[in-house]
Design a protein around this ligand. Structure first.
Ligand code: NDP
Length: 315
């Protein structure tokens, strides 16, 4: 993608930062956010992106140009688990401000989440038209944040004839920000804490490396339409969360303690038909992607991970 004028929210985050940095090489990229992390802001600017302070809970966009061709809306106010009213308002109003301001754009991409599905069955492959109304015991406001914003995207895509895509992301990971759920879990292992897993069986997800996120964002923009298109966005493979923890332990030698109980942070697997039809397959396999991410984020394990990769190269 070249020569476009692109607006990115959530540019300091794990998902959108690598996209903004990559696109800034050949496009005019503007990133909006509060920039509580000055290092992330500096890295974005060094990559060639402009940064503008914008708090979506309070600020309008009056002083911003209107001629953006593409919008990636990745910012989220997840809430504190109790502030349902505020969470719904912040995400809905922020999304509405962006869409009305950029109503002439070629494409608007909203990064949603699989948390919106009513996830009753661990092994079900969720389709885009499956029942909504997900619960998230670990952060009850989060599904409200995503569903409120999805509603705005659907409404304004049609009302403004603004081509839009709602991409329901599974679990993204890679060497940016907090590194994604796999790296959060590895940090837990690193601190000697047990990882919660189900009493029987394991949870499954579709891990998506940020290299694929970067490559697929322009493809998703190309699929935008009004009414908004909804697409599940995850990696091709179904990854057991316990298998993931064991793989990270084998790669690094960090011992794994499992806490088999009634509570574990549930995940979900997607049906990929819509995504495959629109943007094709992913390119990063989860075992290699996790090894690379750990080596990038935890330098002390690099030699061991390289040795493991060499020993298992033929598998
Ligand atoms: P992060 O937690 O890493 O980043 C959140 C981003 O939101 C930050 O860039 C932050 O910017 C911005 N933000 C938060 N509040 C505000 C605000 N009031 N005003 C402006 N910006 C704000 O998120 P991720 O990168 O992990 O997630 C990106 C998107 O993907 C989110 O919409 C999330 O729901 C979705 N998603 C992510 C998944 C994942 O695996 N990571 C899985 C499924 C969905 P700043 O602090 O600078 O303001």
């Amino acid at each position: 993608m070249r020569g476009k004028k692109i607006l990115v929210t959530g540019g300091t985050g794990q998902v959108a930062r690598p996209v903004a940095e990559a696109l800034a090489a050949d496009n005019e990229v503007w990133c909006l956010g509060r920039f509580g992390d000055p290092a992330a802001r500096k890295a974005l600017e060094e990559a060639g992106a402009r940064t503008v302070i914008w708090d979506m809970s309070t600020d309008d966009l009056e002083d911003l140009p209107r001629d953006f061709t593409h919008v990636l809306h990745s910012a989220v106010h997840r809430g504190d688990g109790k502030d349902f009213d505020r969470t719904a308002r912040v995400n809905a109003v922020g999304t509405a401000r962006l869409m009305t301001h950029c109503c002439a754009a070629e494409a608007f991409l909203y990064v949603s989440s699989g948390v919106v599905y009513n996830r009753a069955d661990r092994m079900h492959r969720y389709r885009e038209d499956d029942p909504l109304g997900g619960a998230a015991p670990w952060l009850p406001t989060y599904p409200v944040a995503k569903l409120s914003a999805e509603g705005v995207v659907r409404g304004l895509a049609e009302a403004l004839s603004l081509p839009a895509v709602i991409a329901r992301l599974n679990i993204a990971y890679g060497p940016y920000g907090h590194g994604g759920v796999p790296m959060i879990l590895f940090n837990q292992m690193h601190r000697g804490q047990a990882c919660s897993v189900p009493r029987g069986g394991q949870n499954y997800c579709n891990l998506l490396h940020t290299d694929d996120v970067v490559r697929q964002v322009p493809l998703l923009w190309a699929a935008a339409q009004a009414p908004a298109r909804v697409v599940n966005w995850g990696g091709d493979e179904e990854v057991g969360m316990t298998d993931l923890l064991e793989h990270m332990s084998a790669l690094t030698g960090v011992p794994l303690r499992l806490d088999r109980g009634d509570y574990s942070r549930e995940t979900a697997v997607f049906d990929h038909d819509v995504r495959r039809g629109l943007i094709g397959d992913c390119s990063v396999g989860w075992r290699a992607g996790i090894a690379r991410t750990l080596a990038e984020l935890f330098e002390e394990y690099r030699d061991r991970i390289d040795a493991y990769a060499a020993a298992h190269a033929a598998e």
